[in-house]
Design a protein around this ligand. Structure first.
Ligand SMILES: Cc1ncc(COP(=O)(O)O)c(C=O)c1O
Length: 393
């Protein structure tokens, strides 16, 4: 391994959200922040070098990403996800969540509802609600310790008053990489009911072990024709502060409506550094990404072994992708507020509370393990200390 992921980087004074919002969210400045989904690692050297090069140029006028930028993304999707994407299907967008919001404003009528899985990444229901849309949840089914789509429930609910379904593919917070059968069935039910699917694939390049990400739009012609896919290098290469994403929309009618609104609001203009970082990441970041995946796999293995051995009543879900662990505390017999109190006050850790991910999340906490190993081991020891007085139910 040539990258030193064990290096501790001091982020104080950088305005990092996960640090500066600690007092507001946890009531204390000193918790170790394991909540916001960015990692504690330096980005790949080629990305940092590309930013240096560009800043050395010294002129930072209005700039567009250019065809070579999209060619890089086209090649990445083809080589990594077996998806042949036409140049014209792609548009630069300033972020995944802002584009979900914008798409909802275009493609969902006030008075119609938005369907999302539960539990799920908070903005999937929070953004629609803030845009005055009602949200309907389809609860995920827990089978053999992993989430699965409840296709019967989707079949029933998609017939109702729904015009958009937002999919986290792979799933945050459960880390599930959806199967082709699940995606295909979802595509078929959505198309039958004229429901647009927004597939958020921001975690797609962080798939672990031998799992394989399947882009939603590749599972069938109806999936391609009835979807907006949002991809981004920001999670994988730890460049979320630069805000770069791509909307991929094979259906020209949907694409034109989205692009029209992007242009109306001048959101097609990204920032120079985002283009440089994203291009360098896709072109030269692969070796780093592979090392990252190995490091994360080992972090996941350590977490599972740790709980099994020390606190078997606390059960982490096996993640098939990404650097987040969804941990169930219901077997501790403690109410969620007590779990939280122990994590914050006794362990000194700031995890994301499960209830923030909607129904079904109440007895869980989400822990970000995209961190140096030494910090991970320290956090686990702290959890052991905070929960070792447990009497199993
Ligand atoms: C599933 C998912 N989508 C989107 C985002 C954020 O995307 P962006 O920063 O491009 O808005 C996150 C960040 O945690 C995420 O987990």
């Amino acid at each position: 391994m040539t990258t030193n992921f064990d290096q501790i980087v001091d982020r104080s004074g950088t305005g990092a959200i996960k640090y500066i919002r600690r007092k507001a969210l946890f009531g204390r400045e000193d918790v170790i922040p394991l909540w916001v989904a960015d990692m504690e690692f330096r980005s790949p050297e080629p990305v940092i070098e590309a930013l240096h090069q560009r800043s050395n140029h010294g002129v930072f006028g209005y700039t567009l990403p250019g065809d070579d930028y999209f060619e890089t993304i086209r090649e990445w999707q083809a080589s990594h996800h077996n998806w042949e994407v036409d140049r014209e299907w792609m548009s630069f967008v300033p972020g995944v969540v802002p584009t979900i919001g914008l798409a909802l404003e275009i493609f969902s009528e006030p008075g119609k509802d938005i369907l999302v899985h539960a539990p799920v990444y908070t903005p999937f229901f929070d953004v629609p609600q803030k845009l005055d849309r009602q949200v309907v949840f389809s609860n995920l089914k827990l089978e053999k310790g992993k989430y699965h789509m409840d296709l019967d429930d989707l079949r029933t609910k998609l017939k109702e008053n729904i015009d958009v379904f937002i999919l986290s593919n792979p799933h945050n917070p459960g880390g599930r990489v959806w199967s082709k059968d699940e995606l295909k069935e979802l595509a078929s039910i959505a198309a039958e009911n004229n429901v647009l699917v927004i597939s958020d694939e921001i975690h797609a390049d962080l798939v672990l072990n031998d799992y394989r990400h399947i882009p939603f739009a590749t599972v069938s012609e109806e999936a391609a024709m009835n979807s907006i896919t949002l991809i981004s290098p920001t999670k994988t290469f730890n460049i979320a502060g630069l805000s770069a994403a791509t909307a991929i929309v094979p259906n020209s009618e949907i694409r034109e409506k989205l692009n029209h609104r992007m242009h109306a609001l001048h959101l097609f203009r990204g920032n120079i550094m985002a283009y440089e970082a994203a291009r360098a990441a896709y072109q030269h970041g692969e070796a780093w990404r592979k090392e990252l995946i190995s490091y994360l796999e080992e972090n996941h293995r350590i977490v599972h072994a740790f709980f099994k051995e020390n606190l078997p009543e606390i059960i982490p879900m096996e993640a098939e992708a990404s650097f987040l662990v969804w941990i169930e505390f219901s077997q501790t017999g403690l109410p969620p507020e007590d779990v939280r109190e122990r994590l914050i006050c006794e362990a000194g850790l700031g995890l994301s509370p499960g209830k923030a991910f909607g129904p079904g999340g109440e007895y869980y906490q989400r822990m970000n393990i995209g961190i140096p190993r030494q910090l991970l081991l320290h956090a686990l020891e702290k959890i052991k200390h905070a929960f070792n007085s447990l009497e199993v139910k």
